[in-house]
Design a protein around this ligand. Structure first.
Ligand SMILES: [Zn+2]
Length: 173
């Protein structure tokens, strides 16, 4: 995921105990939602351009040919309005989300879709999904890291930021 802005991280018992328990309980449903959005993106999206394919190989994607990309007005999130309000307190305000990777389905916000750094960032997540072996394997690890350490300090997110901005730090948003 690419956030254009994220609030300061405030750790506490809710984020280390209560919310991770909710993530684990909700994971089958989150995985089902992610699978459906990925499937729709694979059906309606475009394949990678040549330069994006090269970026995919550079960041370790094993199957660039499977990736499909779609530009959307607003990045979708699972759940209802009250869930989105809670998520925004964790730092997942959907208005600030520029891109979302659901394994081989990459969704980019239309106004940011031409920025190669965001595409490279999401492709790092594709490689991470491949390493984790499943949609839910990655999502569980990613969400728990974000809860425990904050979006900006989650190891999977740090890897995406570092690999997508290698030699080009100033253009990441
Ligand atoms: Zn990300």
């Amino acid at each position: 995921m690419s956030l254009t802005d994220s609030p300061p991280w405030k750790p506490g018992p809710a984020r280390t105990l209560f919310l991770p328990a909710i993530v684990l309980v909700a994971m089958p449903w989150v995985g089902w939602w992610a699978w459906r959005v990925e499937r729709r993106t694979l059906r309606e999206g475009r394949p990678l351009f040549t330069s994006e394919w090269a970026a995919a190989e550079r960041v370790g994607v094993r199957h660039p040919e499977k990736v499909r990309v779609i530009a959307v007005e607003e990045i979708p999130m699972p759940g209802l309005g009250w869930m989105h309000r809670i998520a925004s307190q964790w730092g997942f305000d959907r208005r600030h989300i520029g891109g979302l990777c659901l394994r081989y389905g990459i969704l980019l916000r239309r106004d940011l879709a031409a920025q190669p750094v965001i595409m490279a960032h999401e492709l790092v997540h594709t490689a991470q999904y491949e390493r984790h072996g499943s949609l839910t394997g990655f999502l569980r690890a990613y969400l728990l890291q974000c809860l425990r350490h904050g979006y900006a300090n989650a190891a999977l997110e740090r890897e995406a930021i570092e690999k997508s901005t290698a030699g080009n730090h100033s253009t990441f948003i």
